[in-house]
Structure formats: structure tokens, C-alpha cells
Design a protein around this ligand. Structure first.
Ligand SMILES: [Fe+2]
Length: 202
């Protein structure tokens, strides 16, 4: 078979095109914090404001999600089985929120934070110890995390509403706020001090 002959310069250029780009050669096509203007009827200023507050809610939600998985693995005691399952249910719901918030940021032309180191620098949630904590501490820690996330989400929803970014407002209210409020209820009820077995001796 006769191969088509190509000028050496063109061969080199073609080979270069097919070569995988290694990380060192790669360039950022959009810097963090910059907005790519999309024809969505919102000004760049409004998109930037929403992206900023959404990234805060995102970092808090990612931390809360991971806190649930930590507790899912490390819980103990008489309520081990139900808490093990409940923590994982909430983990999955928080993971779904993470995706929705991150994609809303991209929809607005922004860049969502993604990696653990960036989450740590951004979140307002306190870092838990690496070790295992007893159940009431796990529950209290989760409630504190929900509280901080809910405050950030309500402030963000308010701001988005005032700026006319109704899509962001809707996501924050109907997904983030409602999911977190429901999870607060489920977790808080475990902290009502009722014994599993009544002690008739007292
Ligand atoms: Fe598991």
C-alpha cells in the first residue's frame, strides 16, 4: 500500500496535536474568581456575587458531607445500626447538594471549588479530630455544621433574591435550606435525653 506523503513540517505539527498534554504543559483556561459571561440574562456583577456566596455554601456542604461519612464509619453503641444507616443517608443527600451547588456555579460562568485543600481554606465548619468521638458529640458536631451551613445558605438566598438571580435563590431555598432543615430535625431528635430502657428503681 502506498502511504500518502506529507511534508516533514506538517508531519511534526500533526504529531504535536496528537500528543497528550501533561500537567506541566497545561494552562488554565479560566482563572478562579473570573466569570465567563454566558447569555443568561444576568449581568457579570450579579453572577460574580452569586458565585462567591455559592462557593462558601459549597465548601460548608462538602465539609458536612464528609463529616457524615466520618461518623458513618466511626459511630458506636446501642444505636450503632440506625445511626450508621442514617448518617449514610444524609451523606448521600449532601453529596447530591454538592453537585447541584457546584454545577449552579458553573452555570453562572464561575468556577466551583473542588479539591480538599481549597475546601479547608474556605469552610467555616470546625475541623473535627481524627479520632473517634462518642455519639452525642458526633450529633452535636453535625448540628453545629448544619447551623453554619443554613446561615450561609439563607444569607446567599437573600442576596440572590435582591440581585434578581432567582435560579440561585430557588436552589438555595428548595434544595439546600429544606434538606438541611430536615436533617437537623432527624439529628436533633436523637439528643432528647430519653433512656432506651426505663429505670424503675429510681
Ligand atoms: Fe458504608
Amino acid at each position: 500500500m502506498q502511504l500518502h506523503k506529507m511534508a516533514p513540517g506538517r508531519v511534526q505539527a500533526e504529531q504535536k496535536k496528537a500528543r497528550p498534554l501533561l500537567p506541566k504543559q497545561a494552562v488554565e483556561i479560566q482563572k478562579f474568581g473570573r466569570i465567563t459571561t454566558l447569555p443568561n440574562g444576568l449581568s457579570e456583577r450579579v453572577c460574580r456575587l452569586s458565585v462567591e456566596v455559592l462557593n462558601q455554601v459549597l465548601a460548608d456542604t462538602m465539609t458536612l458531607r464528609d463529616l457524615y461519612k466520618k461518623h458513618h464509619w466511626q459511630t458506636s453503641g446501642a444505636t450503632f445500626y440506625q445511626l450508621h444507616l442514617l448518617y449514610d443517608k444524609h451523606y448521600n443527600e449532601q453529596a447530591e447538594l454538592v453537585d447541584q451547588i457546584a454545577e449552579r456555579i458553573q452555570v453562572l460562568g464561575g468556577i466551583s471549588i473542588a479539591m480538599a485543600a481549597d475546601v479547608v481554606e474556605t469552610t467555616k465548619l470546625e475541623r473535627p479530630p481524627r479520632g473517634r468521638e462518642e455519639v452525642p458529640v458526633q450529633l452535636a458536631r453535625l448540628l453545629e455544621g448544619h447551623q453554619l451551613t443554613l446561615r450561609a445558605a439563607r444569607e446567599a438566598a437573600e442576596q440572590a433574591d435582591q440581585a434578581g438571580d432567582l435560579g440561585t435563590n430557588d436552589l438555595l431555598i428548595s434544595q439546600v435550606i429544606r434538606t438541611n432543615e430536615l436533617q437537623v430535625w432527624f439529628i436533633a431528635e436523637h439528643l432528647v435525653p430519653l433512656a432506651l430502657v426505663r429505670d424503675d428503681a429510681t
